[in-house]
Design a protein around this ligand. Structure first.
Ligand code: GLN
Length: 243
């Protein structure tokens, strides 16, 4: 049994990001692991320490501005949960709000939670397109594919990137880094949605969530031939071979 949270599902759900939770729950169900998903809306009470997995999707600048104030009240509790090993997947706008701030073009700065050491500022060019990234999971390189669409350019401080860009832009189109990673927190610009397209990444998160909740993190293998072929085809379109 795993408990998953979906933060602001009505505000942060760009390009089918909700599919990440569907893929997470489905791959658990195929292995007989039940998943309860709790939707956390503006103003809802929540204790993040009670969750095993938290998903935060992407949203436009407008949505980020709307939720910024509500988000602040969660800061200490979410920090405690993260320090305690909560597994988090945060995409694009959801990624940006975990950092220090987001500076949209010509608008007021939107403060972030400052839980991870990075900041984001709008660039003059929108970074759009398919993207391939090499991510290390359990010490092995895994190539993931996704779709990015952001004006924000993120610059990391003392925090690891999620991976290295093989094709596309990633965090800012300049330093070759994509996403951020701290403890069990995985941040990425990749929509797609990311998890249905990249089953190895999904299983990595499931395994971590099981471990966090004191359950056996070993996963029964699934027949992923179709997913592997789809992933390889997505990478091949970018001129990148699969692993
Ligand atoms: N508002 C952010 C940006 O454009 C996030 C967009 C997104 O979540 N796709 O940078």
């Amino acid at each position: 049994m795993l408990v998953a949270g979906h933060l602001y599902p009505d505000l942060l759900n760009l390009y089918g990001d909700r599919g990440n939770l569907i893929a997470f729950a489905r791959r658990c169900a195929w292995r007989g692991i039940p998943v309860t998903v709790r939707e956390i809306l503006l103003g809802d009470p929540v204790d993040f320490r009670e969750l095993d997995f938290l998903f935060i999707g992407g949203g436009s600048d407008r949505e980020q501005g709307i939720l910024a104030e509500d988000l602040r009240r969660h800061r200490d509790n979410l920090r405690e949960a993260i320090e305690g090993g909560l597994v988090v997947l945060a995409i694009c706008g959801g990624y940006q709000i975990l950092g220090h701030h987001y500076q949209p073009a010509g608008e007021q700065v939107i403060p972030g939670l400052g839980l991870l050491d990075f900041y984001t500022q709008a660039g003059s060019k929108r970074l759009i397109g398919n993207c391939a990234v090499e991510v290390e999971l359990d010490g092995r390189p895994v190539r993931v594919a996704g779709f990015e669409n952001h004006s924000g350019q993120t610059f990391l401080g003392r925090v690891e990137p999620l991976g290295r860009v093989l094709a596309g832009y990633g965090n800012n189109g300049v330093d070759g880094l994509e996403g951020a990673r701290y403890k069990n927190v995985f941040c990425s610009y990749l929509h797609g949605p990311l998890l249905p397209k990249n089953p190895r990444m999904t299983d990595h998160l499931i395994s971590l969530a099981l471990g966090r909740s004191g359950q056996d993190p070993t996963l029964t293998p699934l027949d992923d031939r179709l997913e592997e072929r789809a992933g390889a085809a997505a990478l091949a379109r970018l001129g990148v071979s699969g692993t």
